[in-house]
Design a protein around this ligand. Structure first.
Ligand code: SF4
Length: 153
């Protein structure tokens, strides 16, 4: 049975920077959870960052992650991304379902780096590493494609 990496916040766990979750209600997801197919990680928490934590955005050009108050947290983001990749290797995972627009988990969009609530095309740090290692990352916006892939295998 193929396993899927998933953002912890999608399971309702309050791991976001603001101490909230992002519960994703989906019947198939509930089934996968009860089947033990979901391997959950919050890359930012896995990288050692606290809950709550200052909002952070990727800086265009440098790919560094800087908090709203100017602290460079790139190393923690990279550490968490590597832990996510390790989990994928441990569980032979080829697909991930990660939260869109996050500086770790975004797969098509991220914020523009200026804390202006403006989104641009781009990938979060964890998604970049997973993608570079052949893992296909989906988000809540294209979850139906992921379901079709998994259910079709
Ligand atoms: Fe959710 Fe990913 Fe942000 Fe963690 S880093 S709270 S899993 S979107």
């Amino acid at each position: 049975m193929k396993k899927i990496l998933i953002s912890r916040c999608f399971l309702g766990e309050k791991v976001r920077y603001d101490g909230k979750g992002n519960l994703l209600n989906n019947t198939i997801l509930h089934q996968w959870l009860s089947d033990g197919r979901l391997i959950a990680i919050c890359p930012e928490v896995a990288g050692g960052l606290p809950i709550p934590r200052p909002a952070a955005e990727i800086q265009q050009g440098s790919n560094k992650v800087i908090t709203r108050n100017g602290v460079d947290v790139t190393d923690a983001f990279l550490k968490g991304a590597k832990k996510a990749l390790e989990l994928c290797h441990q569980h032979d995972i080829r697909y991930a379902l990660l939260k869109e627009s996050s500086p770790s988990c975004g797969s098509h969009k991220i914020h523009n780096g200026h804390f202006e609530n403006i989104k641009i095309s781009g990938q979060g740090i964890c998604t970049q590493l997973l993608t570079a290692n052949g893992i296909k990352v989906f988000s809540e916006e294209n979850i139906e494609q992921l379901i079709a892939v998994i259910e079709g295998e």
